[in-house]
Ligand binder design. Structure first.
Ligand code: CA
Length: 279
């Protein structure tokens, strides 16, 4: 298992970050790639034989890394960078035809500016996921672009049946397969004490959401949580590569983050008030 840990201080927000990945018990290559630098967090699950998947997911991470040094990033900048990553993968296929058929998922979150205040931009193409944890409640933010997700939405199968369905690995959207490929995006206000889990389907095909919640509860430290999530998925079968990034936003639940964010001070129009209503 490889792991990276970090503690980044961004303007106004203090983040603690953990990450872990494992090839699993069945695959010989790890075609997942991950990024956790500055305010940019990405998991990409590559597909395509002969290591091509690793090339595609690596292009996503390299392209998204270019955002780390940028200031005043917007959600549009993030989705544009995903369009650029898509184009670069398609170009790489043109110049290396042996990589034909390679593609990748891309999901994650980026710290952006919206309405003059810090926000998260969550993005997704494919069936990797971003989960958000607030005060013990775990919510899946992203919606999978997959055949089984469509069956779940149609009421044909349950989410638990989707995890073991024969078509569970079939994605309906990915980067590197189509010039028109589009990312979904959600803009969320930051919430003190919240945590995010960004993961490939090697995690969620092995562990239920209830198990993810339990492991997060037991491991407040983000590096411990990332390593334990990966370990548990490998132990449960490890039928695929497993990659997890965990991001903790410091603070006590209910803290008003706008006080500590210079860009947000005095901005009463920021949409973050909506979440505070839950208190
Ligand atoms: Ca996978």
């Amino acid at each position: 298992m490889t792991a990276v840990a970090g503690h980044d201080e961004l303007p106004g927000l203090v983040l603690q970050v953990g990450a872990a990945t494992d090839t699993g018990r069945v695959r010989t290559l790890n075609e997942d790639s991950a990024l956790a630098e500055g305010g940019i967090f990405v998991v990409a699950d590559g597909m395509g034989g002969h290591a091509a998947g690793e090339v595609a997911s690596g292009i996503v991470v390299d392209t998204m890394r270019e955002l780390v040094a940028r200031t005043d990033l917007t959600a549009d900048d993030v989705t544009r960078q995903l369009v650029l990553a898509n184009q670069r993968i398609l170009t790489a296929v043109d110049s290396h035809p042996e990589n034909k058929g390679m593609g990748t998922t891309a999901t994650g979150l980026a710290l952006v500016t919206a309405g003059g205040a810090d926000h998260w931009a969550v993005f997704n193409v494919g069936d990797s996921r971003v989960y958000r944890w607030i005060a013990g409640t775990l919510t899946q933010v992203t919606v999978d672009h997959s055949e089984v997700q469509e069956l779940v939405e149609a009421g044909v199968i349950t989410p638990d049946e989707a995890r073991v369905h024969p078509a569970r690995n079939v994605v309906t959207r990915s980067l590197g397969t189509d010039y028109a490929s589009q990312s979904d995006a959600w803009v969320l206000p930051p919430y003190a004490g919240e945590r995010f889990v960004i993961c490939s389907d090697g995690l969620t095909n092995e562990l239920t959401d209830a198990r993810l919640r339990e492991i997060l509860q037991q491991h407040p430290d983000p590096q411990d949580a990332a390593e334990e999530l990966v370990r548990a998925a490998v132990e449960a079968g490890g039928r695929d590569n497993v990659t997890v990034v965990v991001v903790n936003l410091d603070g006590t639940v209910g803290d008003d983050l706008s006080v500590t964010s210079p860009r947000a001070s005095g901005d009463d129009t920021a949409p973050r008030g909506k979440l505070s209503d839950k208190e």
